[in-house]
Write a protein that binds this ligand. Structure first.
Ligand code: CMP
Length: 143
């Protein structure tokens, strides 16, 4: 089974969307194996978004993602990375397909409600940045 890293961003928390967003993934059938609310330390934000270091939006992105609590999670399932990306829609909520999470809940490319890993390699890196191995819960699901 594949794993992916997902985060409800500060705008999603501020706008009381945490439950709705988690519910989307749960209803789809993805399995939550890690979940926590946290404030992201600046250093962690800079590593997480390291690939965007040279982009003009890097500073604002780090300021924003550290501006308030986020809800970080690890989801497991068949093609979890691709499935979550399909469900989130395009980075820019105004370009995201109707029905996707970003299209439904967002309007701004920076405040786009949710983050999900863009590949299995990124997923492994991001899971390790945000979660210690003992924070991931191993359990059987019968549904
Ligand atoms: P995310 O999936 O978390 O990964 C990188 C983030 O950079 C992206 O979502 C956007 O929220 C953010 N971002 C801010 N400004 C831009 C921009 N101009 N182009 C692309 N991404 C941007």
């Amino acid at each position: 089974m594949e794993r992916t890293f997902v985060m409800v961003k500060p705008d999603g928390v501020q706008r009381n969307l945490v439950g709705n967003i988690i519910a989307c993934f749960e209803k789809k059938g993805l399995k939550i194996i890690g979940l926590k609310m946290m404030r992201i330390p600046r250093e962690l934000a800079e590593s997480h978004y390291g690939e965007h270091r040279d982009k003009p939006f890097f500073g604002p992105l780090v300021n924003y993602i550290t501006s308030g609590p986020v809800v970080a999670m690890v989801l497991e399932g068949k093609d979890a990375v691709g499935t979550v990306r399909e469900m989130m829609g395009a980075t820019n909520p105004l370009k995201a397909a109707p029905g996707t999470i970003r299209a439904t809940y967002g309007m701004d490319i920076g405040r786009n409600v949710v983050h999900g890993s863009d590949s299995p390699t990124s997923a492994e890196r991001e899971i390790n940045l945000f979660f210690r191995p003992e924070e991931l819960v191993n359990y059987q699901r019968d549904v």
